[in-house]
Design a protein around this ligand. Structure first.
Ligand SMILES: Cc1ncc(COP(=O)(O)O)c(C=O)c1O
Ligand SMILES: Nc1c(O)cccc1C(=O)C[C@H](N)C(=O)O
Length: 418
């Protein structure tokens, strides 16, 4: 259905099967929040949960809560709740640490598996994209420098270069499923198969995918995956991240952060490290329980819908946004950097403009929240659980008003976080 008026958007919102879920989030009146791809909105339940954890579990029950409130099991319990959203099986996911740290574990474990197998021990190249989120590249750089075994990182410039770049020397293909800047969505199954054909392993960063697009890790036969809980999963600022290790790799998953939470018997207090047999070997040390506990409130909301419904609405929202911007802002120099094709589009849309930072700040001043990414990119995230069609319509009206009347300050000072 093509939405050509604000009234039509309001009608679409009434008919939207996700409409009721918006009420579950704390969103200020008048705010149009298009940044759920950076920091998801707060579920009302998170406030109640925080109160409970701090008041009762920590305040009253103190140390007993490791057992009585299930604190020790929380990384695996949340992992099992998250698993269906990413096509993982039970006991394949833990919620823990940060995405960067989980990447470190996954890269280290993958290189270790490759190095121990005589058929793959010669492989020295890690392929990723130059447009990947910087932390992914930095973590690979850190490991390769530290290992000092001749690994080399090959940065490819476009997804089309993957086919010609993966070869017999490729140890690892490490990609972000939905690019943080352009919103380009990789075909996980196809790329993983290409990597496997050459004996390489494939690690996926699902930071912009989990809760945003359907993900089928096991179906794609992926090797490892990591991702954020503070974006589309609405787990709160700095919420612990997740790591997926499929059953078929768990026995060989040996990362170097061998802390006691990954030990087979943590309270036996043994002198030597012995990895626990299952997914909990991906853990390292004590987890930030208050932050971890918040994640459940976000995940609970996904149980009221399914990823296909979310995907259908996400595409309708991003289609509407692209159509409206290109229609009402046609006289301005905006360049769409997000793929038009549904097959390769995630759940955010980015436009390039010479004054992108200033324009984003002008939008934020009107309570239309997006963000800025280098170079010259305005990025807008669409979160089907709470973004409405009317939000999209109104956001574009604000954008065109700001552009038409040049209501932005070209010399505005940059904030640290853009
Ligand atoms: C693709 C991707 N990976 C990783 C991260 C962040 O990792 P961390 O939570 O370790 O800061 C982000 C965003 O912050 C991201 O977009
Ligand atoms: N992780 C963030 C942070 O620590 C501060 C501000 C923003 C973020 C983000 O989530 C950035 C995000 N990964 C991005 O895609 O740009």
């Amino acid at each position: 259905m093509r939405l050509t008026s604000r009234n039509a958007c309001q009608t679409a919102d009434q008919l939207d099967s996700l409409h009721d879920l918006r009420k579950e989030f704390r969103l200020a009146d008048g705010m149009i929040y298009l940044d759920g791809n950076s920091l998801g909105a707060q579920p009302h339940a998170a406030m109640r949960k925080a109160q409970h954890v701090i008041e009762n579990e920590w305040g009253n029950d103190l140390i007993k809560s490791w057992n009585t409130a299930g604190w020790f099991d929380l990384p695996s319990r949340l992992g099992n709740q998250l698993a269906p959203l990413i096509g993982a099986d039970p006991n394949e996911v833990v919620v823990t640490d940060t995405t960067s740290i989980n990447l470190f574990k996954a890269i280290a474990a993958a290189l270790d598996i490759q190095a121990r197998d005589p058929a793959t021990a010669h492989k020295k190249t890690i392929i990723t994209e130059s447009s990947n989120f910087p932390t992914d590249i930095y973590m690979a750089e850190g490991i390769t420098r530290w290992l000092d075994r001749g690994y080399h990182i090959q940065l490819i410039e476009s997804p089309e270069d993957l086919a010609t770049s993966i070869n017999d020397d490729t140890a690892l293909v490490m990609l972000t499923h939905v690019n943080y800047r352009s919103g380009y969505l990789h075909d996980m199954q196809y790329v993983t198969a290409q990597a496997h054909q050459h004996g390489a392993m494939c690690i996926w960063d699902l930071a912009h995918s989990a809760g945003a697009v359907p993900v089928e890790l096991n179906k794609a036969n992926a090797d490892f995956a990591v991702g954020c809980c503070y974006k589309y999963l609405n787990g709160g600022p700095g919420a612990p991240a997740f790591i997926w290790v499929p059953h078929r790799h768990q026995a060989q998953f040996a990362h170097p952060l061998t802390g006691w939470w990954g030990h087979a018997a943590p309270f036996a207090m043994q002198t030597h490290f012995e990895a626990t047999p299952g997914i909990r070997r991906a853990l390292c040390g004590t987890q930030p329980i208050v932050s971890l506990a918040m994640i459940e409130s976000g995940l609970d909301l996904f149980a009221r819908t399914n990823m296909q419904t979310i995907r259908d609405k996400s595409l309708a929202l991003t289609d509407l946004f692209i159509q409206r911007v290109e229609h009402v802002c046609a006289s301005h120099q905006l360049e769409l950097v997000t793929p038009r094709s549904h097959q390769h589009r995630g759940s955010h849309v980015s436009f390039k403009h010479e004054h992108a930072y200033a324009i984003i700040q002008a939008l934020i001043a009107r309570q239309v929240i997006g963000d800025y990414r280098e170079p010259g990119i305005m990025r807008f995230g669409f979160t089907p659980l709470y973004t409405s069609f009317t939000d999209v319509w109104d956001a574009v009206e604000h954008l065109s008003d700001i552009l038409d009347k040049q209501l932005y300050d070209k010399n505005i000072q940059r904030n640290v976080v853009t």
